[in-house]
Design a binder for this molecule. Structure first.
Ligand SMILES: NC(=O)c1ccc[n+]([C@@H]2O[C@H](COP(=O)([O-])OP(=O)(O)OC[C@H]3O[C@@H](n4cnc5c(N)ncnc54)[C@H](OP(=O)(O)O)[C@@H]3O)[C@@H](O)[C@H]2O)c1
Length: 259
């Protein structure tokens, strides 16, 4: 068996123009997969497409989707199948992080975070899962977070942490329901990574001094970068992980080992 061969696999990366999603999408392009990146904003998708082409010589396709809208997700599945024939790998790299102290959390914002991080992920897993069931094969890889497992001393994560805990249980439940159809479902749990999601938070919390404190906290003594997630995502989509399902793997520089 060629344990890490992803050549010719058909991959849809929702959130594939985001900080971590783009790095992962590029990793799949480099591994020889056929990749479609998808999210709401066409200008972000075009930018990511151009940057991936500049880095690899290959431009991934893109499609727009709003993952919290079920009709939009159904249309994404149909359009992806029309382009690729079938989808082997779903990457859910979308996400939203809004921080307020719990006692002041605006409930409309709370609902928005729940919608993007839980409902939107479920909606993608539901409709791509249904398609994969027909093929009796699939790999679903979801971006969770260390925040699904470990809380923060600093206030702010009452929405985000709750959604990532929910994602972790969703992974286990979907692994159970989809396993009989040859579909694995797993997640990655990264730690704080400097992406568009986190730059403002890092600046608000002290910029370089905060970056240094994040690095000092980790056994690996450096901050995470988006590329730290790529190897784990490739593993969870490759034949090497065919008997791995319902798991959360932490490319977190050791954070969960020392907390
Ligand atoms: N950065 C971190 O420190 C960190 C740590 C642990 C886990 N994570 C997780 O890793 C994942 C990626 O985070 P990131 O840092 O790369 O964030 P990011 O740079 O903000 O990217 C998030 C992406 O999600 C897409 N998105 C948001 N709402 C969407 C929707 N309704 N439908 C479709 N796409 C949607 C956005 O694209 P559009 O705006 O074009 O829709 C964007 O490209 C998230 O699940 C995040 O929770 C991040």
């Amino acid at each position: 068996m060629d344990y890490f061969n992803l050549k010719g696999k058909n991959v849809v990366a929702v959130g594939g123009a985001g900080g971590i999603g783009q790095a992962i999408a590029q990793g799949f392009v480099e591994a020889g997969a056929n990749v479609i990146i998808a999210s709401r904003k066409e200008e972000s998708l075009k930018r990511a497409q151009e940057e991936i082409k500049a880095a690899t010589g290959i431009a991934p396709d893109y499609l727009t989707v709003d993952a919290v809208n079920e009709d939009s997700v159904k249309a994404l599945v149909e359009a992806s199948v029309a382009k690729l024939g079938k989808v082997d790998v779903l990457l859910c790299c979308q996400g939203l992080n809004k921080k307020f102290p719990a006692q002041d959390f605006p409930m409309d914002v709370y609902e928005q975070v729940l919608n993007v991080n839980v409902l939107g992920v479920m909606c993608c897993c539901k409709h791509f899962g249904k398609h994969m069931m027909e093929n009796k094969y699939g790999k679903i890889v979801i971006l969770s977070s260390t925040r699904g497992k470990v809380a923060t001393k600093a206030p702010g994560n009452a929405a985000y942490a709750a959604t990532k805990g929910a994602v972790d249980m969703l992974v286990r439940q979907l692994a159970s329901e989809y396993g009989p159809y040859g579909i694995t479902v797993n997640a990655l749990g990264p730690t704080v990574t400097e992406t568009p999601m986190m730059t403002a938070v890092i600046e608000q919390r002290g910029g370089d001094a905060y970056r240094k404190s994040l690095a000092d906290d980790l056994p690996m003594r450096r901050m995470a970068v988006p590329e730290d997630c790529v190897g784990t995502a490739l593993f969870l989509a490759a034949p090497a992980s065919d008997f791995v399902t319902g798991n959360i793997i932490y490319p977190d520089g050791g954070l969960t080992a020392v907390r």
